[in-house]
Ligand binder design. Sequence first.
Ligand code: ZN
Length: 139
Amino acid sequence: MKSYRKELWFNIPTRRAFINITSEVNECLRESGIKEGLVLVNAMHITASVFINDDESGLHHDYEVWLEKLAPHEPVTQYKHNRTGEDNGDAHLKRQVMGREVVAAVTNGKLDFGPWEQIFYGEFDGRRRKRVLVKIIGE
Ligand code: ZN
């Protein structure tokens, strides 16, 4: 069995963003040489997500509005977590909703995706360097 590991680094200039990382993951898959197996892609930070959905700007706007309703950033004093001196209590909650990781099948050297599936990095407390882990196993 072959094994491949890579860290993708991000430094998002805004507090929140959704970034399509499918091409980066495809590049990892190509580098790995693995034709049949599984790819795991996970955020290595507890205020960021990796998820699969449609690359459609209206949907991404809807996520932003929905997540702000669920866990508004302001007022930051509403979160006990922020008593630690941080202001990212909302970001921890948003990350929990959008998820930590995705696992995708690799078939014939390609991500075995449905027609609209794309992999996204979801940032909820940006403006600093953060990592995503890509682990691919198979043969
Ligand atoms: Zn925090």
